[in-house]
Structure formats: structure tokens, C-alpha cells
Design a protein around this ligand. Sequence first.
Ligand SMILES: [Zn+2]
Length: 335
Amino acid sequence: MKIRIKGLKVRKSIDKARYWIEKDFIDKEVKSGVIILPTIGCRHARNIGCTMCGYIYDAPEKISNEKLVKEFEKALEYFKSKEIEYLKIFTSGSFFDDEELKPEIRKYILRRVEELNIRRLCIETRAEFIKEPDVDTSYEIEYAIGLESSNDVVRNVYINKDLDKEVFENAIRFCKENGIKTKVYLLLKPPFLTEMDAIKDCINSAIYCKKLGVDKISINPVNIQRNTLVEYLWKIGEYSPPWLWSLVHVLKEIKRRNNIVVVSFPVAAGKERGIHNCKRCNKVVHESIIKFSLSQDTKFLEGLDCCCKRLWKTLLDLENVNRSCYNIDRNCKLS
Ligand SMILES: [Zn+2]
């Protein structure tokens, strides 16, 4: 709580929409657009929030409806000539939380998006706010919902997600009954887990999602965001971000065990604060993960190797002996 209060004092308060084009996957690689709307941000994060999440520090304390609409229109204008198939509108919170977006603004946005002739719109929301879009659209709608972990202790104690499984399961059921596609976020390596336990937790969570009928899984490896508990633990040597090797393993295992779309576009990959291996292989392993995510073809994850892979394997064995999080130099000393 102290960390959150300190962070909120130095928040950036960005009141402009951010938008860009990137590649993504629906049933093939597609050109997609992303809009981050400057709402007041996630309600949970404004209270205490998740232990790894610092997105709230970008959100403005207040923003008028008129300004929000104006910012959305700017982004819409940008995408008009870009022929995107997939649009993702994020608020760093919940599209269906009335405190963030008034119902009339939501409706307005959903109608205006028609102009882009997209195939699918993705909107992000916490499970407890889920409701019907209230607008008939020519495009498909996908709700992106954070679960992070199917393990109750990992999710609600280590991550502090404040999400009951029942609420999540009802949300998925609601989407299925209403013809809404679902994308679920899973977190790779929450705090207080060893690398091996994090790998197992992520795979188990994916199996749980598949059983519930989730359409797509998106894996977010933890990156160290400012003014979070995870940053505090990292600074005192009690946390280190996951290895790219762990993500490669998780993606392969999920694909092998479940016929489900699984993607990962890690933030800060290869950097000290993000998921990384050693300097020698960061780039090539990261690129392979992106190629896999855009094609769902595991051939891109096969045959990857580097001298640091042995170090990673040794770490998985060693940490079972001494169950603390090793923060070690991952760069190979061999020439
Ligand atoms: Zn390496």
C-alpha cells in the first residue's frame, strides 16, 4: 500500500490517447491497431492493485467525457486509411467499468468502430464488470480478461488480483452464451514462485482455461514496473524476471497438451527489467517467440540453443534445493 501511494504521487497522468499498428494473430497473422484510451484507469489499481502492475501511474486522475471522445476520434482517424483487420481498445483498466467509461461513451465507441470495417474488436475488462456490448455490430467482439493464474493462492495472495474463480468462470460462461470471443491473460512468473513453479503454474492455468472453453491465451511474462511490490523485491534481490527459455518451454507445452491459440508478445524482452536470457541469444529467442505467436507453428520454437540454456536448466534443479529466487548473471563466460 505504501508503495502504491508513493507511486501515485509521482504518476505521469497521460491524458492523450496512444495508438499504433502491430501484428497479431486471429486465425492467421493480421494487421492490428491498438488504442490506449486515457481513462482514470483500473479501479483495483486505484485502491491497492496487483503486485506487478504499474499501469495506473500513466492514467490521469480526472478526464472529461468530451476529452475522452476527442482522443478516441483522433485515434480512429489515424486508423481509417490503414486497413486493419483487428482493433484492440485498452484502458489499462476495464472497458465495462462505468467509473472509467460511461455507458453512452462505450456505445458511441462501439458504433464508431464500424467505420474501420474490421473483422474483430478486442476490449479489455476485469471479469466482474462483464456485460453485453448493448450494440449490434458487424464485427466480432472479443473480451480480454486477466486471470493471471488458476491457482487461488498465486492469484489472490502473490499477485493480489482480488478475483474469485467463480466470478471468472461466470464471465467466461457469459461470453460463450452471448457469442463473445474470449482472450485470457496469464502471468508468467508472479513473485514468490521459483522459475520451475512459475512454469508449472502457467501450464496448469492454460489447461484450466482450455477446459472452460477459452478461445485464446495470451501469456504476459512479468516485467519490472516502477513503484510496484515486484520492483521492491527485485531491488532487494528476492525476485528476478523469467527466462525466455521458460517462456519457450511453456508455449511448447501448452501447444502440445491443448489445441488452443496461445500467443505472447513480451514487454521489455531482452532487457534487465524484462524477460531475458543472455545477451548472445536474447534477440533470436525473442524473435522466435514472436514468429510462433503470429503463426502458431511450433517449428519456430524447436532447435533453439545457447550456452545459457544449460545455466537455466541447472537453475531449475538448484532452486528446488534452495527455494529462493536466484538473481544471477545470465551471460555465458565461455568464449
Ligand atoms: Zn543465451
